[in-house]
Ligand binder design. Structure first.
Ligand SMILES: [Zn+2]
Ligand SMILES: [Zn+2]
Length: 143
């Protein structure tokens, strides 16, 4: 059985980053979170948990992990948020009310290729965002 620790270490090594304590800490904090998290929010949370970490360290770590593609970046209310997505190509379905992100895995990018071909367009990012309202928010809006 692999522990969460081994997993984050392997993820970091695969991305060409040395598995430092603070990088593992940040990855573990973001693990299995459906909503992207902002640097300040994460900093407050880690501090409340008793983890001694500086705001600039949190910010730099998130930026470094995102630059290597380990985290996906979302801009919400003008602020950068970070999400640890599953591996593999996927699209993001983003709820504009609660910020929920649902991954839609599409390894061969079927519809993106089709749209691009029809439009005679070269599409380059697999990190497409589709904005809308998630089921629970939609139901809350109706009631
Ligand atoms: Zn993603
Ligand atoms: Zn929602």
């Amino acid at each position: 059985m692999t522990s969460a620790l081994d997993e984050t270490t392997a993820q970091l090594r695969a991305a060409g980053l040395s598995p430092t304590r603070r990088r593992r800490l940040v990855l573990e904090a973001l693990d299995r979170r459906p909503r992207p998290v902002g640097a300040h929010e994460l900093y407050v949370e880690l501090t409340q948990q008793g983890t001694p970490v500086g705001m600039s360290t949190v910010y730099r770590t998130l930026t470094a992990l995102a630059a290597k593609g380990l985290l996906h970046v979302f801009v919400r209310d003008g602020e950068t948020h970070y999400r640890l997505c599953a591996a593999g190509r996927h699209y993001h379905l983003v709820c504009r009310r609660c910020g929920l992100v649902v991954e839609h895995v599409d390894e061969d990018e079927g519809w993106l290729k089709r749209i691009a071909r029809e439009a005679d367009f070269e599409a380059d990012s697999p990190e497409t965002e589709i904005h809308g309202v998630c089921g629970p928010c939609h139901r809350a809006l109706k009631s």
